[in-house]
Write a protein of this length. Structure first.
Length: 408
């Protein structure tokens, strides 16, 4: 690679065993997270496909005055390519193989067990029990309640080990107030794609078993909308925002009643926001919302919606400068809670405008899923149950999230 180029990966500084390092993280999960010395930033900053190895040597010498040997650069390129961080033939071949394997698989296998949650079924159930039993938790669900007023919930999609208690608060309402046969799950596509919405018919496998998709409902939605909803189906392979909701549904309904899901990934509305327009002004978004609403209305099943979302993403990990202070965290909380007031009021346009007016400076990653949920939701009341922030001191970053329920 005479003009080395890194793939579109996340690179951010961390403290590791008292040493300043760079964390390299692949949002697409083709490569495992790796750490390299912070000083190498002065080299990899030029891995953009526009600078030759000679260009990198010259730029380094001008900036630092020392010599940088080409063999050292090539060695670094080789190591990063071995780890699948480089935009190279090696990576392209690996990507093609992984995509073909997923396409041919009859199921969507769990991809976050033993990282975000335990892979052992018994231990995982105990882990989920603990979220409900926690002093900050809602207590175990009362399955004898048998309510039927629930229309939807909003739950986090942050790592269960950080946000499990917040998940539990939302899913207690599912256990006690839902008699749904079908759960339409609106997740967030963190990987981008060619369209705004993506479907899969593949059932979801986790340590707790297999949860079937409702292929009849999916077929009806496709008939109403079109086949291009599967263009970005591969995004479902690694995406966690739906997988985590599946875990909780399986935990609640194991040996109780048969349920099915419709997994829908919603991609970023950043381009829409940049144009200063509303989502329904984009034909693809408008048509999908109308078709999803129509398909729900035409179904003879009891249906609940689930939005698997997080809120603000602020700090060095996400490109911000400075450090997290109590004042900043309180400011983020105040602005988040103000935003959630619009969600409670079922005010979809107010929710969107609140983010648009600030140019989404807090990076609300749940925006497309929440907007879609509110646009198709037939409810009269929304209620915030719990709000939390997960702070990473080593990266001076914070992610916020909340649980809400929506009822008749």
């Amino acid at each position: 690679m005479d003009y080395p180029k890194l793939r579109n990966i996340e690179i951010f500084p961390v403290q590791l065993q008292g040493r300043r390092m760079l964390c390299l993280r692949d949002p697409l999960n083709f490569a495992e997270t790796a750490f390299i010395p912070y000083e190498l930033l002065e080299i990899i900053r030029y891995f953009d496909g526009k600078h030759s190895i000679l260009d990198i040597q010259v730029a380094y010498t001008r900036r630092h005055g020392g010599l940088l040997f080409s063999n050292n650069i090539r060695q670094l390129i080789s190591e990063l390519d071995e780890k699948l961080f480089m935009d190279s033939e090696r990576f392209n071949q690996h990507q093609a193989e992984v995509e073909a394997e997923f396409k041919n698989s009859p199921i969507r296998q769990a991809t976050h067990s033993d990282t975000a949650y335990d892979a052992n079924p018994a231990t995982l159930r105990s882990q989920l029990d603990a979220f409900f039993d926690s002093p900050q938790g809602p207590g175990r669900p009362n399955f004898e309640a048998r309510g039927n007023t629930l229309k939807a919930i909003m739950a986090p999609h942050i790592d269960l080990r950080r946000g499990g208690v917040c998940f539990a608060h939302a899913y207690k309402y599912v256990a006690e107030e839902s008699d749904a046969d079908l759960f339409v799950i609106l997740g967030v596509n963190h990987f981008g794609g060619n369209g705004y919405f993506s479907l899969t018919r593949k059932p979801f496998e986790t340590p707790l078993g297999l949860l079937e998709t409702d292929t009849a409902f999916i077929d009806a939605l496709v008939q109403n909308y079109g086949d291009d909803l599967f263009t970005d189906e591969f995004s479902h392979k690694h995406e966690h925002s739906i997988e985590f909701q599946v875990i909780f549904l399986q935990y609640l309904f194991a040996n109780r009643r048969t349920i099915k899901i419709v997994p829908i990934l919603c991609s970023s509305f950043n381009e829409i926001m940049a144009q200063s327009i509303l989502p329904p002004e984009v034909e693809q978004v408008k048509n999908f919302i109308q078709c999803l609403k129509r398909t729900i209305a035409e179904s003879n099943q009891k249906i609940n919606l689930i939005a698997g979302v997080d809120l603000s993403h602020v700090g060095r990990r996400f490109g911000d400068e400075g450090i997290l202070t109590s004042l900043l965290l309180n400011q983020i909380k105040a602005e988040d809670l103000q935003l959630l007031q619009a969600v409670e009021a079922l005010d979809v346009e107010g929710f969107y405008h609140s983010i648009q007016q600030q140019n989404d400076r807090r990076r609300i990653c749940g925006l497309p899923a929440i907007y879609t949920m509110l646009s198709v939701l037939d409810a009269s009341e929304g209620k915030l149950i719990r709000y939390d922030q997960s702070v990473e001191r080593d990266t001076q970053s914070v992610v916020s999230y909340a649980s809400m329920y929506f009822s008749e």
